[in-house]
Design a protein around this ligand. Structure first.
Ligand code: COA
Length: 369
């Protein structure tokens, strides 16, 4: 007998084996700057990047990537992921499948018992067929799948969508998969942002409480919010083309007004969390852990302080940003995946994402076993 109460049964994570340190990244960027300045003596010289700035401004020390050598090659400075024939699993689906398999294993769930797959990420590698349907097929899941994109908030928007299917009785088991190959939409030649992103894939299995494994997380409430802003934007689309090798049209890659994002998003998210906690009758100061979106360590410090009423410890608001960089929608899920096993029965926490749109999503959860 289904309950219509959504829970998180398990999560999964795929981490690309290759990683780039700030030192490696800056050495390559500065080599590019030297070459560019030598080749364009008439132009305003480009400035060097710095390891110290990156760590101080963002908290990022390294990032995993799918294609390290071409990103670090000053003549290329973008990933090179060879196109695959249509009858081969595409790369985004491949890493999504790896994360999804882990979530299924951890839940003890067979693919045939899953009803739907949502591929929720900030970029899809093609228009159609949906990545979600390819992942669904690769896993051997019946039912349906579709893609959704709410930039950095894609995973929490996916969790609410999945939870709503469970609440409505339209599904009992839904996989929310977030493969984020962010290295493909980052402008590695842009000093202001070349250090921001990293690649990863996460999966969250949202299920009806009636079929969930003994160890799971009750979803106490979900809330979504969007407010239009141009301060984080990527104009790439099928009516135009990506910047070839960084020349010509850099706005077809990720661009942002980082300072404005910082100033505008922090209060918006903190207020949203407090309002939603109030609506759910949860004391925000008593939250055991915050698994926040991983974009900037300073933003997370400010948000967690406003929510908890004191400076959060690493235990209260864990960071994965230092080794993963900003992994767009996957960040808060990586934090949850890696830092939730130690919580006790009855502990309450918050998964929260925020980013382009602007968009923000909250998922309050309570550990059941
Ligand atoms: N190396 C060295 N110096 C750099 C640099 C780099 N790679 N990039 C920028 N700088 C310099 C700037 O030129 C500027 O110099 P100036 O003061 O002499 O003009 C100075 O550092 C400060 O630049 P600023 O852009 O104001 O830095 P910041 O402290 O705001 O940090 C971000 C930049 C992007 C890390 C930060 O704004 C941020 O994380 N914002 C939110 C990002 C976010 O959440 N995005 C959402 C995506 S999901």
């Amino acid at each position: 007998m289904l309950t219509g109460r959504p829970v998180i049964s398990a999560t999964g994570l795929f981490t690309p084996p290759e990683s780039i340190t700030n030192e490696e990244l800056v050495a390559s960027f500065n080599a590019y700057v030297d070459r560019h300045n030598a080749a364009h003596p008439e132009a305003e010289p480009l400035a060097y990047s710095s390891v110290e700035f990156i760590e101080k401004a963002s908290g990022i020390k390294a990032r995993h990537v799918m294609s390290k050598a071409p990103i670090l090659d000053p003549d290329t400075m973008c990933p090179r992921l060879p196109e695959r024939p249509n009858d081969e699993l595409s790369v985004m689906a491949e890493i999504g499948v790896a994360a999804a398999r882990q979530a299924l294993e951890r839940a003890g769930r067979k693919p045939e018992d899953v009803d739907a797959v949502l591929c929720a990420a900030s970029n899809m590698q093609r228009a159609y067929p949906a990545m979600a349907i390819e992942i669904q097929q690769a896993l051997g899941i019946e039912g349906f799948g579709f893609d959704m994109n709410v930039a950095c908030s894609s995973a929490t928007f996916g969790i609410q969508t999945a939870a709503d299917y469970v609440r409505a009785g339209n599904a009992k088991s839904v996989l929310v998969v977030s493969p984020e190959i962010t290295s493909g939409h980052l402008n590695w030649r842009d000093r202001d942002s070349h250090f921001i992103f990293g690649d990863v894939a996460t999966a969250v299995l949202v299920e009806d409480a009636a079929i969930a494994p003994a160890q799971h997380w009750d979803i106490l409430g979900t809330r979504l919010k969007t407010v239009f802003s141009n301060n984080i934007r990527n104009n790439f689309g099928f009516l135009n083309r990506a910047a070839p090798e960084g020349e010509g049209t850099p706005d077809k890659l990720f661009v942002q007004e980082g300072r404005k994002v910082f100033k505008e998003v922090v209060p918006m998210v903190a207020q949203m969390i407090l309002e939603e906690a109030d609506r759910l009758g949860i004391d925000p100061a008593a939250l055991r852990r915050l698994w926040l979106h991983q974009a900037n360590a300073g933003m997370n410090r400010l948000i967690s302080h406003k929510v908890l009423g004191h400076e959060a410890s690493e235990d209260e608001s864990p960071t994965v940003l230092d080794t993963y960089g900003n992994t767009s929608s996957a960040g808060s899920i990586i934090a949850f995946h890696q830092h939730s096993d130690d919580l006790a029965l009855g502990d309450t926490g918050l998964i929260c994402s925020f980013g382009a749109g602007y968009s923000a999503g909250t998922v309050f959860v309570r550990k059941v076993a």
